[in-house]
Design a protein around this ligand. Structure first.
Ligand code: FAD
Ligand code: SF4
Length: 325
């Protein structure tokens, strides 16, 4: 690990100001950042410790939603009674991630900003446009079993690893931030992440020093919710394909459909056209097959990950069957 300066922030404003120092990084639970620092994938000159900020409450909002502090541990959020009752997909997504010990330490803000698990990103001897812009992408012609089949670019085919972010995308979360100049922003999660394009090292729309303070959830969507994750082992493994879903059926027809996917793209993936295919229709095998065709119409595998396309199809169809049965 390279030497670095350490500062502990006492307020969000303080943190955001300290975060503008060149080469500064916030540290919350440290479960991703410290690993990357040990491997010298990340080499911040200044660490701004935000772990003692007063951002660890879950509060109900007037419109029936929740306001979640950026430092609420993943384990606490999964177990919160209102999350379990109203946002089951979120609770299940959190519990499907990492291990009990990691979930105790990992924070809501840090989970959203964890970096990709692409093997070549972690290997500083390999070409990686995300780690070293312009150096190339070793995964495209390498071992790319865990990589993206939707929204990838010539420059990068990495996936976003977070389970929680998929549920947050399903639930139309908003990311609330503190800027160094004292302003605050509210960013819909639909606009928060970026596709790789030719700048895969820029993963979201945060500005230098911008601190996530809260995640806000609107009132829960109608219907039943599910989070289904397919992975190599039953626990302690990242998603190959995952789906978060909320489906309401009324009078034999799908009245509302929301779907978000993990393991498929550089960001939690949501495609409104798939939801449009479903709404207003009576559930049927043919309808679910059309929804899967719509989701995967532009999917492209890179060899080792070709299996994700039929897998995503099966996972979506099985989820729709379960939620409309
Ligand atoms: C062995 C292992 C298995 C795992 N398995 C899974 C899994 O199956 N599914 C899954 O989803 N995750 C998994 N994880 C990842 C884990 O969930 C993340 O490491 C964790 O959520 C990150 O949270 P943190 O608070 O520790 O972030 P940190 O490591 O502290 O920070 C991560 C990044 O976020 C930034 N950051 C943190 N907080 C803020 C903030 N408030 N505002 C702005 N920037 C901020 C930091 O600067 C850093 O860049 C696994 C991790 C490990 C080590
Ligand atoms: S897929 Fe992206 S993260 Fe992986 S090696 Fe290529 S550029 Fe790097």
């Amino acid at each position: 690990m390279k030497p670095f300066q350490y500062a502990r922030a006492t307020t969000p404003e303080d943190a955001a100001r300290a975060g503008t120092v060149d080469g500064a990084k916030f540290i919350a639970g440290g479960t991703n950042l410290l690993d990357l620092m040990k491997l010298q994938v990340e080499t911040p000159e200044q660490i701004v410790d935000i772990s003692r900020l007063d951002l660890n409450q879950v509060e109900e909002t007037e419109d029936g939603g929740l306001r979640i502090g950026a430092l609420v541990p993943n384990a606490d959020l999964a177990a919160h009674p209102l999350v379990r009752q109203r946002y089951e997909a979120l609770s299940r997504a959190l519990l499907a991630g990492a291990s009990g010990q990691l979930r105790n330490k990992a924070s809501t803000g840090g989970n959203l900003l964890q970096r990709t698990r692409c093997y070549y990103f972690y290997e500083t001897g390999d070409a990686c446009n995300k780690r070293t812009p312009g150096s190339g992408c070793a995964a495209r012609d390498g071992f790319n079993r865990i990589h993206a089949v939707l929204g990838a670019s010539e420059a990068c085919i990495a996936t976003h690893p977070s389970d929680m972010a998929v549920a947050m995308r399903l639930l139309d979360a908003t990311v609330a931030t503190q800027l160094p100049d004292g302003d605050r922003r509210r960013l819909p999660i639909a606009d928060f992440y970026r596709l790789p394009g030719d700048t895969p090292h820029i993963e979201n729309v945060l500005r230098p020093g911008e601190l996530i303070t809260h995640i806000e959830l609107p009132a829960p969507p109608p219907g039943r919710q599910l989070y289904r994750k397919v992975r190599d082992r039953a626990s302690y493994a990242f998603a190959l394909v995952s789906v978060a879903a909320a489906i309401a059926v009324e009078d034999g027809r799908i009245a509302s459909a929301k779907l978000a996917f993990g393991g498929l793209a550089h960001m939690p993936w949501r495609d409104g056209t798939v939801e449009e295919v479903l709404v207003g229709q009576a559930p049927s095998d043919a309808l679910f097959a059309t929804a899967a065709d719509t989701l995967l119409r532009d999917a492209r595998g890179y060899g080792h990950n070709d299996f994700k396309i039929p897998l995503a199809r099966r996972v979506l169809i099985a989820t729709l069957k379960e939620l409309t049965a």
